[in-house]
Ligand binder design. Structure first.
Ligand code: G3H
Ligand code: 13P
Ligand code: ZN
Length: 309
């Protein structure tokens, strides 16, 4: 099956109440772990690359790795630009064969965000590519943006309706309390499901995207720390909340941090327990297996997208 856009998978997710996992990719092992898991669960999946991932892996390698995944597996697979910061970056990825791009205009004011998003939508739709936009601000660190928890701003449901009408974007990333990275909550985890509900009432036909949605899986954090890491006090969004989001109208759930933790935990374990190992396959294999294990769990038990391919 060739690369697909997210259009059909999102339509089905809204009708049948499940979410599609969107996983950040940087190299071969991560891509293989994710697609092996999605294929085993017979689930659609989104592979997404940030600008810094593209810079790191180089776009030709990323594209060819994804092509290889398509040759091996028969599941709906979309290739998405994560947090495109300007028109040129989106255009570049569209021209390179991505089937979906995010234009993240959340750092601009409302009208500027609309203007930028519209420009990307026009270019993308002309080429058959779909566009994710963002309204509201997440706390945390992205590529070039660093927003403190105090400045984070929940998405306004009325504005969401106006924004979607004026931009014609295909999906909308919203801010309801998640944030990027491994430190999402100081106290109890809390998401504003009341805001999500109001947004869904205003724009029932627009797929909703949740960024910053890693669980920051406690056993992986413990494992990293046990084998020499130093990640104290890390905390993410519990599985139950993500399951609720998947069943309450969120169509796309973004995960990067959990993949980083999975990979690092397993590599640290090998380095610590077998200091004589210097064959990269000896530590990259368990890292890839761990990514597959946690992606399977998310797809099957949290996002509820098994057998929706
Ligand atoms: O939202 C940000 C993603 O986790 C990508 O992070 O820019 O370090 O690749 P990155
Ligand atoms: P996490 O840092 O919670 O994995 O979020 C990733 C993300 O939103 C990528 O766009
Ligand atoms: Zn994000």
């Amino acid at each position: 099956m060739p690369l697909v856009t997210t259009k059909k998978m999102f339509e089905r997710s809204m009708k049948e109440q499940f979410a599609i996992g969107a996983f950040n990719v940087n190299n071969m092992e991560i891509i293989q772990g994710i697609v092996d898991a999605a294929s085993k669960e017979n689930s659609p999946v989104i592979l997404q690359a940030s600008s810094s991932a593209i810079k790191y892996a180089r776009i030709n390698y990323l594209r060819k790795l994804v092509e290889a995944a398509l040759e091996e597996h028969d599941i709906p697979l979309a290739l998405h630009l994560d947090h495109g910061s300007d028109f040129e970056t989106c255009k570049y990825c569209i021209d390179q064969g991505f089937t979906s791009v995010m234009i993240d205009g959340s750092k601009y004011d409302f009208d500027e965000n609309i203007e930028l998003t519209r420009k990307v939508v026009e270019y993308a739709h002309d080429k058959g590519v779909v566009v994710e936009a963002e309204l509201g601000k997440l706390a945390g660190v992205e590529d070039d943006v660093n927003i403190s928890v105090d400045d984070a701003m929940y998405t306004n449901p009325e504005q969401a309706e106006e924004f979607v009408n004026k931009t014609n974007c295909d999906s909308l990333a919203i801010a309801i309390g998640t944030s990027h990275g491994a430190y999402k909550f100081k106290g109890e985890a809390k998401l504003r499901f009341d805001i999500l509900k109001k947004i869904k009432e205003k724009i029932p036909n627009t797929p909703i995207v949740l960024h910053g949605a890693s669980t920051v899986i406690p056993e992986l954090v413990e494992m990293c720390n046990k084998y020499g890491g130093d990640i104290p006090g890390a905390k993410g969004v519990p599985d139950e909340m993500l399951r609720e989001a998947s069943l309450s109208g969120v169509s796309k759930i973004n995960v990067d941090t959990d993949l980083r933790l999975a990979m690092t935990a397993q590599i640290r374990k090998v380095f610590s327990e077998e200091p004589g190992v210097f064959d990269p396959r000896k530590y990259l294999m368990p890292a890839r297996d761990e990514i597959q294990r946690i992606v399977e769990h998310k797809i099957r038990d949290v996002f509820c997208s098994s057998n929706k391919a």
